[in-house]
Design a protein around this ligand. Structure first.
Ligand SMILES: Cc1cc2nc3c(=O)[nH]c(=O)nc-3n(C[C@H](O)[C@H](O)[C@H](O)COP(=O)(O)OP(=O)(O)OC[C@H]3O[C@@H](n4cnc5c(N)ncnc54)[C@H](O)[C@@H]3O)c2cc1C
Length: 336
């Protein structure tokens, strides 16, 4: 493992922000990781695919790019398997592997960018399925003493785009592998969310399998979300706010068509994209950055934007939504 100095992170983040890492190394196994920790360079920042980080300034300390690979079945049951996946595996490649082996459970999360190791951090989710629905446990190395620890489901305290790794354990661990529980046929298919059933119908599929669902999700996502290879972005910049019913009632007075979804605890979820659009941000350009024209929830880098520029836009949006609706949006993206 080689430690490089003053390396541009431009190729390593999907926002396309050109900032530098003071020290940078790629790790392919646990020994590389421990060697990196032994250098004593601090702080240590773990980087996966860079699809959920906004770098606002040069990164001090050591950036470790996670390349820990490997996918293997570690336990087999009558109706399911446990699959252990190296943290540096690309998430979508793991999904394709599962579909190819006819293991179900992750097909609705096809085409989410990034690595497997980052997937528990914000409990990734899409089209009615979240990581926590298939998660068994993960292994992680403590960045201060190099020791390996297993985190079971309850220890991760998953929430909506949230886990213990975004809160009290933030920045303390390198996740090295994740174990998933995947179904053998027959699978529990989830086609009720978004445009999945409509797309399956258009594709002429009446009795879908997991491969059909995966393909449908890829089709829908490719038509809606900007490709980071063409226009820098991190997907949804904000979480969808979960608020009390009385806040919704107040909004309904002036906006009777506000979309909202009831939650199990009596509160409601309101799409952040709708709130942002109502404030006039959709498709708006501010300097080199802006709000994506087809989805207001996505902030984009039109070319040459700095992290500070994107951050300023994000806070301008937060202020205006709060002023108009009394709801303070929370960023989903990690600002570094
Ligand atoms: C076009 C687009 C669409 C997206 N759609 C979705 C979606 O539908 N659903 C969804 O949930 N997300 C979505 N995202 C966000 C993103 O894909 C996920 O959050 C993904 O899990 C980030 O993975 P990454 O490897 O790129 O993480 P990075 O951006 O590299 O890192 C994210 C955070 O995790 C930490 N981290 C990364 N790897 C490790 C590790 N091994 N150990 C410890 N900490 C680590 C980093 O330090 C950082 O704080 C989208 C992003 C884009 C660009």
């Amino acid at each position: 493992m080689k430690i490089l100095e003053n390396i541009s992170l431009l190729p390593y983040n999907t926002f396309g922000i050109d900032i530098k890492a003071e020290h940078f190394a790629e790790i392919s196994n646990l020994e590389d990781l421990r060697a990196g920790l032994r250098t004593g360079i601090r702080p240590v920042f773990l980087l996966g695919g860079g699809s959920n980080v906004l770098f606002t300034q040069d990164v001090h300390g050591l950036v470790l790019k996670n390349n820990l690979r490997g996918i293997k079945v570690v336990r087999e049951f009558k109706n399911k398997v446990w699959v252990e996946v190296g943290a540096g595996e690309v998430w979508h490649e793991f999904v394709l592997w599962a579909v190819e082996h006819n293991f179900g459970g992750v097909e609705n999360m096809s085409l989410i960018p990034g690595t497997v190791g980052a997937s528990p951090i914000q409990n990734i989710g899409a089209y009615g399925v979240e990581l926590k629905d298939v998660f068994v446990q993960l292994e992680a190395v403590n960045l201060s003493n190099g020791k390996l620890k297993t985190f079971r489901h309850s220890a991760c305290r998953f929430g909506y785009r949230d886990s213990v790794f975004k809160r009290e354990e933030k920045g303390k661990w390198c996740i090295t592998s994740v174990v998933f529980s995947l179904t053998k046929s027959p699978h529990r298919l989830n086609t009720s969310y978004g445009d999945i059933s409509k797309t399956l119908e258009i594709n002429g599929i009446n009795t879908p399998g997991i491969a059909d669902i995966s393909r449908a999700v890829v089709q829908i996502r490719s038509s809606k979300l900007p490709d980071p290879a063409k226009i820098g972005n991190c997907g949804s910049f904000f979480k969808n706010p979960e608020t009390d019913r009385n806040v919704l009632d107040r909004i309904l007075k002036n906006h009777p068509l506000v979309p909202h979804y009831p939650l199990a605890d009596g509160r409601v979820k309101i799409p952040a994209g709708w709130l942002i659009e109502q404030c006039g941000w959709k498709g708006k350009r501010v300097g080199n950055t802006g709000c994506y024209e087809r989805q207001a929830l996505v902030l984009v880098n039109h070319g040459g934007a700095t992290g500070e520029e994107v951050k300023s836009l994000a806070y301008a949006i937060i202020e205006s939504v709060e002023k108009q609706f009394g709801i303070r949006l929370e960023p989903e993206v990690n600002m570094v």
